[in-house]
Ligand binder design. Structure first.
Ligand SMILES: Cc1cc2nc3c(=O)[nH]c(=O)nc-3n(C[C@H](O)[C@H](O)[C@H](O)COP(=O)(O)OP(=O)(O)OC[C@H]3O[C@@H](n4cnc5c(N)ncnc54)[C@H](O)[C@@H]3O)c2cc1C
Length: 455
């Protein structure tokens, strides 16, 4: 990987800020079109919200950020193949556990054990949601006939109006925490519906057959490393961008020790990170406002490794859901032949707050308790345990994606996809397919790269 140490401004066709999947996917398209590109990355690694660690014990990578793909994630599947990243179908043989305090409910995977009573109402509520989504144009959610009403309320208000039983309310609350990394009380209802529409439907997002949890990589960061190796130009690590200046001649980008010059720029950062940059001239007011109104969610992820997948001997699949909202869930990361055991424990939204407020010892105890109550006491003794709390990551400030607060889409949404002069915008938060996902990051990078090529 190239790393520029020059003090002279280096000249490129396009400068890309952020070497997450979105920025790198854009860089790859521009490189293929013959452009010279500079990708500037604050961290000392590429990949952003994808982050893999090699486990000597397992002999493979484990993922502390994005990992799962749906069958519909065509861009990501193509990259996985190209860069030979291991991809495993989600192991679902055996029972799913649903945890409710000290009680364990068992059932087939995907059958909502312990919550069977809410399934008829779930169907009714999904049908209502589907009706709202029919009229929602992915390219113009602000034009929905009820846009003002839906954007004035949070998703929690919609749930209150449309859900009767506390059990279904709890299920939808857990899903919002899992998908957005926030409580339903925090996110605009119109924004939530727009995200659901970009993914097809809400049930597909958590589905282990073909949907959002159906296959996972072991080493998603390898995709970013592969993309970086194809860039025609420079990928400069440890280069936090501080200032972006644009004029009639082009764009000048200042990092701490280096200055870069290009004709166009793609900013592929989450809005909270763009908010820290200085722009000259200043960005339009609506754009600055957006960067304040689109915070990151909260997410933490733990990977626990065991000598054997002992839960499989008790006919457990390793898929665990939480009814009491103490975690998002647990998944077995092994394949059908695995000799070693490896699980991930996910904490989305409010479930991650307990970890963010805890000491490291308390945090580890919470994770081990949840694993032991779900899969058995043997889960208290992992060979290895790695935890990533994304709220503590200074160049992300949270995860798994950004979300819009009420009033944002209807007030300034119609301009968010427009460039500001020579500056184009990427990042999964702007995707019109699978927004918030790795596929969305690539799709948004592709759209920004195509806009640069057409400019
Ligand atoms: C715990 C977790 C689990 C997830 N699970 C899944 C999953 O299973 N499936 C899925 O599809 N998605 C998942 N995601 C989401 C997915 O990882 C993201 O949607 C995707 O990686 C976002 O890519 P991006 O390029 O848009 O943003 P980012 O990855 O955030 O990239 C932005 C980059 O900009 C850099 N940067 C920030 N500030 C500056 C600066 N000033 N100068 C230069 N560079 C800067 C950052 O370091 C980063 O590398 C998960 C995310 C997390 C955190």
């Amino acid at each position: 990987m190239n790393q520029s140490k020059t003090m002279e401004p280096a000249v490129f066709d396009t400068i890309i800020v952020g070497a997450g999947l979105s920025g790198l996917y854009a860089a790859r398209i521009l490189s293929q079109a013959g452009q010279r590109v500079a990708v500037l990355e604050a961290r000392d690694r590429v990949g952003g919200l994808t982050c893999s660690e090699y486990s000597e014990y397992l002999g493979e990578h484990v993922d502390l950020g994005g990992a799962w793909l749906a069958d519909a994630h065509t861009r990501m599947h193509a990259l996985v193949q190209e860069f030979k990243v291991p991809l495993i179908r989600q192991f679902v043989t055996g029972k799913e556990v649903a945890m409710d305090g000290e009680t364990r409910h068992l059932g087939e995977v995907g059958s909502f054990p312990g919550r069977e009573a809410v399934l008829p109402e779930l169907q009714t509520v999904m049908a209502k949601l589907e009706r709202e989504l029919t009229d929602l144009d992915i390219d113009a959610p602000w034009a929905h006939t009820k846009a003002d009403e839906l954007d004035a309320m949070t998703f929690a208000s919609w749930m209150k109006q449309n859900i009767e039983t506390p059990g279904l309310h709890a299920l939808m609350t857990a899903s919002t925490n899992a998908f957005f990394g926030v409580r339903p009380e925090e996110v605009s209802c119109l924004e939530a519906m727009h995200l659901f529409k970009t993914c097809g439907d809400i049930l597909l997002m958590g589905d282990t057959n073909t949907g959002g949890q159906s296959a996972h990589m072991m080493g998603s960061q390898l995709v970013s490393q592969g993309l970086a190796s194809t860039v025609n130009g420079v990928v400069s690590l440890s280069s936090p961008v501080r200032r972006i200046i644009q004029d009639d001649e082009g764009v000048t980008v200042e990092c701490e020790a280096t200055t870069w010059h290009g004709q166009h720029l793609i900013c592929a950062l989450p809005p909270v990170m763009i908010n820290r940059l200085e722009f000259e001239p200043m960005l339009p007011a609506y754009r600055r406002e957006f960067h304040q109104r689109c915070p990151m969610g909260r997410y933490a992820k733990a990977i626990l490794t065991y000598e054997t997948p002992f839960w499989r001997n008790q006919d457990l699949s390793g898929v665990v859901m939480s009814i009491d909202n103490r975690m998002t869930g647990i998944f077995d990361l092994g394949d059908t032949e695995s000799q070693r055991g490896v699980i991930t424990v996910l904490f989305g939204g409010e479930t991650s707050i307990q970890l963010d407020d805890a000491t490291e010892a308390e945090r580890d105890q919470i994770i081990l308790d949840l694993a032991a109550k779900s899969l058995g006491e043997a889960a208290r003794k992992p060979v290895q345990m790695v935890v990533k709390q994304w709220a503590a990551e200074p160049w992300s400030n949270g995860g798994a994606c950004s979300y819009m607060t009420p009033g944002t889409l209807t007030t300034i949404g119609d301009r968010l996809w427009q460039p500001c002069g020579r500056i184009h915008w990427a990042g999964t938060h702007l995707s019109k397919v699978w927004r918030g996902y790795m596929e969305g990051a690539c799709a948004a990078g592709e759209a920004a790269a195509n806009a640069v090529l057409a400019a």
